[in-house]
Design a protein around this ligand. Structure first.
Ligand SMILES: [Zn+2]
Ligand SMILES: [Zn+2]
Length: 175
């Protein structure tokens, strides 16, 4: 195999959390402030519940299922009802702050909280880590090809199923 490096065995445990490169460069606080300003500019409000759901997603750093978000909300606000969390997610989706990851039925924060230029999502099917590739030309070319073939994409998202580096290493170590 092409990447069989003998010295790779000395690397630290592959289970040691997914690459920090997948996370936002900015701190969650900075990201929340950006999102807040972005909503205000659009004449919308990042209400406390919307903000909390976004914060939970920022802190998770990977795609998270709605019921996990609900569980976390209930730890903070014991009375949280599912519709409250779902409505907050709907808002965040429509504002473009969050992506729905269909292949694993989960949600993740957009890598580009304010510019509304969505990339292509690469989703680890094992751990839910998501990387958003920001390649506008490639994205346009792909969409053009799809349209040339007579199709229109169902929705904005372009989602590629993958296995992240940490999960590949874990799999190699287990095998
Ligand atoms: Zn995005
Ligand atoms: Zn993974």
């Amino acid at each position: 195999m092409k990447n069989a490096k003998a010295s790779a065995a000395t690397e630290k445990s592959p289970r040691a959390r997914a690459s920090a490169a997948h996370r936002h460069a900015a701190s969650p606080e900075a990201a929340l402030a950006l999102a807040d300003a972005y909503c205000r500019k659009r004449g919308e409000k990042l209400t406390p519940i919307r903000r909390k759901v976004l914060e939970l997603l920022l802190n998770s750093g990977r795609a998270t299922k709605a019921y996990s978000l609900l569980d976390e909300m209930r730890e903070i606000h014991p009375g949280s009802a599912p519709p409250t969390v779902y409505r907050a997610l709907d808002f965040l989706l429509s504002a473009g702050l969050v992506h729905r990851i269909e292949s694993i039925n989960a949600f993740t924060v957009c890598h580009d909280l304010t510019h509304c230029q969505h990339g292509m999502l690469v989703v680890c099917q094992q751990c839910g880590s998501v990387t958003e590739l920001h390649q506008p030309k490639l994205r346009e070319a792909l969409i053009a090809q799809v349209e040339d073939a007579g199709y229109r994409l169902a929705g904005e998202e372009i989602e590629l199923k993958g296995l992240c580096a940490a999960c590949q290493a874990a799999q190699a170590a287990a095998g």
